[in-house]
Design a binder for this molecule. Structure first.
Ligand SMILES: [Zn+2]
Ligand SMILES: [Zn+2]
Length: 251
């Protein structure tokens, strides 16, 4: 009882400034105040129900088919595209700026607010899913060394705490590949071929497991797709995918 009261009191205490606007935050706000949190854009209701893509990429591609399927043209053209759930749209100013500071500005403190957005989104989007473990999309060793952390693993850890699931570093990235967004569709598939492998030491835990693959941003869906294929090939009984943010249109 006393402990619970102390915890409730702790949640009301002002502990730090909002990472976006600098106003004072309580500890339960996890470094992002309520009004800034409200600026994180939800996916529009017209988003593709498979790849979460929204908006119109050009005159002929990316448009969500209006009447029937709820799929975007990319998903209609390519039925093998995976279903990917996304917590937010990578649009507006706030979320792209926070992610950029986190990944390229060395601000590891942003793992707290971004992790909490991801964990809350995951709790909402994964209702009804039965999962055994969470696997982050891996970063190439060289990039991991220069950044100091894998952003997908940081998000995955926050989700694992929220849902009380184990984290498995089940994949490795063998090749440093050019960013997918810079390539054509045909180049993207070839670019990732052989880029991901299952970590030998984790094969036993992956076999037969219901897994959730986690990444920070989905742009082309190729990375997720390649990783999901590798996990299935390793014997996972099913693989779902969740990302923090979806770029608003395919490039
Ligand atoms: Zn704020
Ligand atoms: Zn789609």
């Amino acid at each position: 009882m006393l402990i619970r009261s102390l915890q409730a009191l702790g949640n009301l205490l002002v502990v730090d400034g909002c990472v976006a606007c600098g106003s004072l935050c309580t500890s339960s706000e996890m470094g992002l105040c309520e009004s800034c949190r409200g600026l994180v854009p939800q996916l529009p209701s017209s988003s593709c129900r498979r790849c979460a893509q929204s908006g119109v990429a050009g005159p002929t591609s990316g448009r969500v088919q209006e009447v029937d399927s709820g799929l975007c043209e990319d998903c209609i053209r390519d039925p093998q595209r995976p279903t990917i759930r996304c917590c937010a749209s990578l649009s507006g100013e706030l979320l792209p700026a926070l992610l950029h500071r986190f990944k390229y500005g060395g601000e590891f403190a942003l793992s707290r607010p971004l992790g909490s957005i991801f964990a809350q989104g995951g709790r909402r989007l994964l209702k009804g899913y039965s999962l055994d473990a969470v696997v982050p999309v891996p970063l190439h060793d060289r990039r991991l060394r220069s950044r100091g952390f894998n952003q997908a693993a940081v998000l995955a850890r926050a989700l694992c705490r929220e849902l009380e699931l184990p984290l498995i570093y089940g994949l490795e990235r063998g090749l440093a590949t050019p960013p997918q967004a810079l390539l054509t569709a045909a180049e993207r598939a070839a670019n990732l071929e052989g880029a991901f492998t299952v970590r030998e030491s984790e094969t036993r835990r992956l076999k037969g497991a219901r897994l959730l693959l986690v990444d920070d941003v989905v742009t082309t869906t190729w990375t997720m797709r390649e990783c999901m294929d590798r996990l299935r090939a390793a014997g996972a009984s099913c693989v779902a995918a969740l990302a923090l943010a979806r770029t608003p249109r395919s490039r």
